[in-house]
Design a binder for this molecule. Structure first.
Ligand code: TYC
Length: 93
């Protein structure tokens, strides 16, 4: 009898990169972040920004752990560099 083996390939765990609302970061800056770091067009970036603004947080994209960590670091560094308190974090999808 031939032993059955586990599948050769498995999907890596995915993480949602999330943007949090605050009272100070300008809307235009958030739209720029969404366009530059998450490759959203202006219309979609504006939709996501308004969702975060009204609901408190929102998903910018879903990635593997390393990519999600890199996006979070880049967005938080970019925001600090521009003296904005905008916060980006990640959650298991
Ligand atoms: N609430 C901000 C304002 O009124 C805009 C904003 C949207 C800030 C989304 C952060 O993730 C954010 N200027």
């Amino acid at each position: 009898m031939v032993a059955t083996s586990k599948p050769e390939v498995t999907r890596p765990p995915l993480y949602q990169v999330v943007l949090l609302n605050d009272d100070f970061t300008p809307m235009d800056f958030v739209v720029e972040v969404l366009q530059v770091f998450f490759a959203l067009n202006r219309e979609k970036a504006t939709q996501v920004m308004l969702h975060v603004h009204t609901r408190g947080k929102g998903v910018c994209g879903v990635y593997t752990r390393e990519v999600a960590e890199s996006k979070v670091t880049q967005v938080n560094e970019f925001s600090r560099m521009h003296q904005h308190p905008l916060l980006c974090s990640m959650e298991k999808a």
